[in-house]
Every structure is written in C-alpha cells, then in structure tokens.
Ligand binder design. Sequence first.
Ligand code: FE2
Ligand code: FE2
Length: 475
Amino acid sequence: MELHLSDVLAGLSHALDLTEGHPPGHAERSCLLGMRIADRLSLPDEDRKALYYALLLKDAGCSVNAAPIAELYGNDDGLVKATRRQRDHRSKAASAIHTLRHAAPGAGVRTKLGRVRALVASGAAGAAHLTELRCERGAQIALDIGLGAGTAAAIRALDEHWDGGGYPYGLEGEQIPLLGRIMCLAQTLEIFWVSGGRDVACDMAAQRRGKWFDPALVDVILAARDDESMWAGLARPDVRALEPRSAAIAVDESRLDSVAAAFGQIVDAKTPYTARHSRGVAQLAALIALELGTPEAEASRLYRAGQLHDLGKLGISNTILDKPGKLTSDEWLLMRGHPEAGHAVLKRIPVLTDMARLALTHHERLDGSGYPHGLTASDLGRDDRILAVADVGEALSAERPYREALPQAKVLAIMSEDAGHKLDSEIFEAFEAVLPQWSALVAAEHQGELLSPIDLPKVDERTGPFDGAQQQKAA
Ligand SMILES: [Fe+2]
Ligand SMILES: [Fe+2]
C-alpha cells in the first residue's frame, strides 16, 4: 500500500496529543467526528481535503504556549490545558475554581489567590494572546508542510466561538471560517465523548448551541446521535479511510524531511531553552556522518532523526523542562521517560521505525550508564552513537535553565572526559572536526539563511580555513 502523508500525520498527531494533555488518539477521533459532520453537510471535495489535514494538525502550534502557561499556573502545562478544557472556561466562576484547584499545587491559599489575581489581571487579553500564539504557529506549520491556505485558516480559527466569545480574534458567526467552526465542535465533542460517552458529548453540544458552536452544526451532530457506527468508530478511528480521495498526498523523501523539520520546530518551541536543539542535533548528526564517510542518503536520514529524536519531550511539563534547579527524583523519572514516549509515537509510522529506534537510544551510553534501558556498547550501533554525541554536543553548546551556553573549548573538554567509555571516541573526534562547519551553519542561520549540512563541502575538499556559508553560496 502506498504511503500517504495522512499516515505520517495521523501517527505524529499522537505527539501533539501528548503536549495538550489529551489521551492518545484525540486528534484522530476529532478527525473522525469532523469528517462525519462534513459528510452530512455534503461539503465540496476541496473543503473536505482542507478540513481533513486541519483536523490532524490542529494542535501543531500547541507547544508555543506551554512555557507561559506553566509559568502562569506554576503547574504542569499539559494538566492545566486538559483540565481547563473539561469545563466551560468562559464562566468566570468555573475559571476561578479551576485556577484555585490547579495553580501552584501544594502551595498555601495566599499563593493560590495570588495566581488567581495574576490570571484575572491578564484577563481576556492574556488568554487571547496565548491562543493567538498557538493558532498562528499551528497555521504556519501547516503551510510549512505544504498544505493549503484553507487548512491554515481552519487551524487559525479553531478556538473562535459562534457568539464572538472565543479566541484569539473574537470572530463571530459566519466571520469564522466554516472549517474552523467544524473543528471547534469536533474537538470539544471528542473531549466530552472520552469523559462520558455519546450522551455527555451531545448534551454539551446542545448546551453550547449558539454560544460556542454554530447552531446548524450542532443540529447536524444531534441528528447523528443515533448513528451507532459513527460513535462506535471512535473506539478505533481509521484515519486513512476518512481521507477524501483528492486529498491523498504520497510521501516522498523531501516531504518526509519537511514534516520532520516541522515537528523538530514543534519540539524546540516547547521551551525557550531549546530554541534550535532539534535542528542543531540534526545538523551535527549529518555533519558527523559525512565526516565519517557515510553516504549522503544515510546522512540525510540522520538529519531527520535529529529533528525527531526528542519528540517525547512534548509530553513533559515545562515545570520540569524549564526548572532552574536540580530535578527531584520524581521529576527526573518523568524526564527519563521521554525517549520511550518518542519511540511509542514514531514506531506507529512504518516509514519512521528507524527514527523510533534512534529516539529510544539517544541517551544510552557505551558503558551502560545511560537510559532508559542501560544498553551497552555491544547494543549500540553507529547511528545510535552519532545521535548521542550530537545530542550532548548541541546541549552543552546551548543555554540551559541552570547555566549559560558553553564555549566550544569547554564543550570539547567536558565531552573528551566521556569519550572512550560513555561516548564513542571516533565519533567524538569527528564531532570535533565538524565544529567549524557547524558554526558556519549556525552563523548563516543568524543571517536568515538555512543551509543544508548535506550540501556542505567535505573535509578533504576544503583547501583553506573553512567558511561554510560562503562556499555554500558559491556552490
Ligand atoms: Fe533527549
Ligand atoms: Fe536532545
């Protein structure tokens, strides 16, 4: 069976579910509900195509507001988002109760009231801003992957409400694109279906008819209340079967690269301290591979693996990722779960199973001191070792919540202590050799130019001091 973009996005949508604190499969189930509404409205094929991808990618911008939400509530951003959605957050009373319950867990009443005051002070403008960040970023990611303006517009309007009380722009009625209105209803139905089943979902829709939701769309879903096959399908949604025929996009290497880059950006946006970690690891992994004489196709594969290696971090709270101090043992346990979380998402996508392996092993060490499985040298292949060195090299070179970015000499000094027993010494030497090339890529990026490490000249082709950016421009 030919691989479609929808197969890849359906699998990766589980990473977006992680960030939003949704149970796995939320986006897929929302897709089923949204497409069933589209069926009943007999939407034209072009709209169904735009809606289909919008439903799968609706939360692509979700990581950009994770850090401010964790900061505002002093609590796990995923938990805050998930619990907030289970009530009508437009009610001031419900919102205050939610804040008291979920802000600053373990703190005294005075601290909690301080959080409530801060949230009230940020008010509707604060909520609109956080939603705008998410929706605009999500829309841009859809465009970056090569999807159309209709998909981007639907993602942008995801949280607008029929009566004008939604975010970020307070659009009203038919000002809201129809596909956005369908998405808003579909995603909320899914949340209430998970918590209480069909009747709870339908009752919620009826209660919010004309407020949150387009009345005509609510009538469609209420008319489908007895559609046993639709509701039963939510237990195991078949996203491929929902794909409009004209929407099928075959996946080639270049499309896979753009999807991996988009998800690398989603991971990097989760915390201000990893603004370019995934891309940096990707660049280093590819440069090291080329330095070791690996064919370009293999180096490209490692570039993709670098973009996806920390996908599991999307499920980790920013109270842990951005913590300036030492992690507690419980927090560390959660942090150590990210390789397996990323692996679980990626292994569902047949064309990315090799990426799944590398997401799982990038924190393993040759002497068995790594995690999650304490693998040793005999278990770790060259790709595993390259990703491990690239990951450490990028992380040390970047600022962290608990320290400044380190200069290259210091990075090399620290890593050289681990070379030979934790990190592969030959790969560490290759890392050292490619640092000038990597610096050139980063410098070019600061000038607004994204260069591919694959196209850089190899070491033996260089004649003088390396100036990657200039040589690339000349090529
Ligand atoms: Fe990691
Ligand atoms: Fe990493």
